[in-house]
Design a protein around this ligand. Structure first.
Ligand SMILES: CC(C)(COP(=O)(O)OP(=O)(O)OC[C@H]1O[C@@H](n2cnc3c(N)ncnc32)[C@H](O)[C@@H]1OP(=O)(O)O)[C@@H](O)C(=O)NCCC(=O)NCCS
Length: 181
């Protein structure tokens, strides 16, 4: 079960035919403001797309394309990948600016964490962001990650958040109990 569904989104694997949609996102300076070195070229987008497809084939987890269930449009990406030259697994997300502020990154991230902990049996999932990327930090907090340290990855200063499988399972249990009350 590599494809997931949430209330408003389909999370499906990337295909080569997603290039145009991905480039629309990756070439947008505002979307890419805190991501890597900023807006990407066609060549960089193509490399990124191939890497995302290959990551799934090699590791059994990766980034999903986020599809708006209302209109079947590709509106972003979210998922799990290796943190910059480490064996740690990182949660990442990026959305078309038109869709910001509706809780969609949180919704997709919850599905990605569930997959990572319950299907892949990861012991820990981390996330990093440039310190000034407050929206991203807020998403991390809303899905249960905790600030751990300042760090340096991808050639820049970042804040590093994490959640263990144990804490994830505990919070899931608490949520289930609350729903029963
Ligand atoms: C980060 C990103 C994915 C968030 O997507 P989103 O769907 O808008 O996120 P959500 O709606 O689930 O949650 C965003 C939260 O951040 C808050 N937020 C947004 N902008 C903020 C700001 N400038 N300062 C403080 N909080 C902010 C929102 O209020 C919301 O929190 P709340 O629910 O408590 O009100 C989106 O902004 C994006 O694609 N950014 C560009 C790519 C990027 O930076 N990716 C992360 C790289 S580390």
């Amino acid at each position: 079960m590599l494809e997931l569904e949430t209330a408003r989104l389909k999370l499906r694997l990337f295909r080569l035919s997603d290039f145009d949609d991905l480039y629309r996102l990756y070439s947008e300076p505002e979307v890419m403001r805190y991501v890597g070195r900023g807006a990407r070229t066609q060549q960089e987008t193509e490399t990124g797309l191939l890497l995302m497809i290959e990551h799934w084939q090699r590791h059994g987890f990766g980034m999903w394309a986020l599809i708006d269930k209302n209109n079947d449009k590709l509106i972003g990406r979210c998922g799990l990948c290796f943190l910059d030259h480490t064996l740690e697994v990182e949660l990442g997300y990026l959305l078309d600016q038109y869709y910001w502020g509706q809780g969609l990154a949180t919704e997709a991230s919850q599905a990605a964490l569930k997959y990572g902990f319950e299907m892949v049996n990861l012991k820990k999932i981390v996330a990093v962001a440039k310190p000034e990327n407050l929206a991203s930090r807020r998403v991390m907090e809303k899905v249960g990650l905790k600030y751990e340290k300042d760090a340096y990855y991808y050639n820049c200063d970042v804040v590093y958040y994490s959640i263990s499988q144990k804490d994830y399972r505990l919070s899931e249990l608490k949520n289930s109990l609350q729903r029963l009350q």
